[in-house]
Write a protein that binds this ligand. Structure first.
Ligand SMILES: [Zn+2]
Length: 387
């Protein structure tokens, strides 16, 4: 026999297995956990007792039985702690408070009229504080804060570059952790949106999912084999800068003919100016009235979206591509042109299992994904601690 280091490790692993079983299959009995996990009943009972003492699992009493004594059932305590999710947009902040199953208990949305960090950061911190103030008495309080941002984020949670906010090198994680004293996760909004849809939306149960955040620019979040793919430096997903026209318009990234110059909300609004429209709301209304110029414009944008998606499909062979962020609101007007273009351009074998969908969580894909970062970080910590 080896010594306690190994025993502690075994306990951690077994605790993680038992907690996972409760998270996935609850309500269930100790005997059912034993059956599902292959751990013996005495080990399960002891680990369950630890989880109960740490307020993560609750014994809800006897369940139904097909005969004989009814076994007590166990449930995950989703309200033992709460997560805050924030979606920092270019001109808004959206915030939610969720329990540990991601159920939304409170929401905030405020409009930003300036971009500089000195204006935005105090509002961001106030938004978190006001959500935190709604947490009922519970064992863990705030388990963490997750924030999706429109820019490149490094492993320390600093925003290296957010072009549409005009921010460089803002150590956001450090700022929020210092203020609230809880773990903070910062990620790109497209990655957060991908997580939100994977966990709670159109990507549930899908192994290979590409989320296209079609807003002012285009970003993508890639879930491959159920894991968010982040790349060597955490900067993957800039498919908005995929060149779709070799000699196209110059882009602020230094390249030419980038996808987002033709298929984003910005591209839509640029071309809408000639028709006398300034915002997406006005365009959606005009399309609803059947205004021919506006309908043609949406069709062009839909085709441009389809061109980029066809490239993505050929590279990644995903099960699902999900279009989210602002342009998802135009599904009725650009969806058909987008689907047709993908069907015309993507390789046949790649299309066989492919579905191209619009985000189910609507404007909340990113904020729910951000909250999920905080929840999953907390649960990993609890599993890793062997409680
Ligand atoms: Zn570019």
């Amino acid at each position: 026999m080896k010594q306690t280091g190994d025993l502690a490790l075994v306990k951690k692993m077994n605790t993680a297995i038992v907690l996972d079983a409760v998270l996935r299959y609850a309500p269930l009995s100790r005997a059912q956990i034993s059956e599902r996990t292959g751990l013996n009943k005495a080990t399960v009972s002891s680990l369950v007792q630890d989880l109960i003492e740490h307020h993560l699992v609750i014994d809800i009493g006897p369940g139904e039985s097909s005969g004989g004594r009814k076994p007590n059932l166990l449930q995950f305590r989703a309200r033992t702690g709460f997560a805050v999710g924030i979606d920092l947009g270019v001109n808004y902040i959206r915030g939610i408070l969720t329990d540990l199953e991601g159920v939304v208990l409170a929401e905030r949305r405020l409009t930003l009229t300036a971009h500089d960090a000195a204006y935005v950061l105090p509002r961001l911190l106030d938004c978190i504080a006001s959500l935190q103030a709604e947490i009922p008495p519970c064992p863990y309080g705030t388990v963490g804060v997750g924030i999706g941002v429109p820019g490149l984020v490094n492993e320390e949670g600093a925003i290296l570059y957010a072009p549409n906010l005009d921010w460089t090198d803002v150590p956001l994680r450090a700022i929020v952790e210092e203020r609230f004293g809880v773990p903070v996760t910062i990620d790109n909004e497209a990655n957060a949106g991908a997580q939100g849809e994977q966990r709670y939306g159109a990507g549930r149960g899908v192994a290979n999912q590409i989320y296209v955040s079609a807003g002012i620019g285009i970003g993508t979040g890639m879930i491959l084999n159920k894991e968010l793919y982040k790349g060597a430096g955490g900067f993957s997903g800039e498919l908005g800068h995929l060149s779709i026209r070799a000699d196209g318009k110059p882009c602020r990234c230094g390249n030419r003919g980038c996808w987002e110059l033709y298929a984003s909300e910005n591209a839509l609004l640029e071309q809408a100016a000639a028709l006398g429209y300034r915002d997406l709301d006005g365009l959606l209304e005009a399309a609803g009235r059947g205004e021919a110029g506006v309908l043609r414009l949406f069709e062009r944008i839909g085709e441009a979206l389809g061109v980029g998606i066809a490239n993505i499909v050929n590279v990644f062979n995903p099960d699902v591509v999900i279009v989210g962020n602002e342009l998802r609101r135009a599904e009725a007007w650009l969806g058909e042109a987008m689907q047709r273009t993908v069907a015309e351009r993507a390789l046949a074998h790649h299309r066989r299992r492919l579905r191209v969908l619009f985000a189910e969580q609507g404007e909340k894909s990113a904020v729910r994904g951000a909250a999920y970062y905080a929840i999953s970080a907390f649960l990993s910590k609890m599993k890793g601690s062997g409680v």
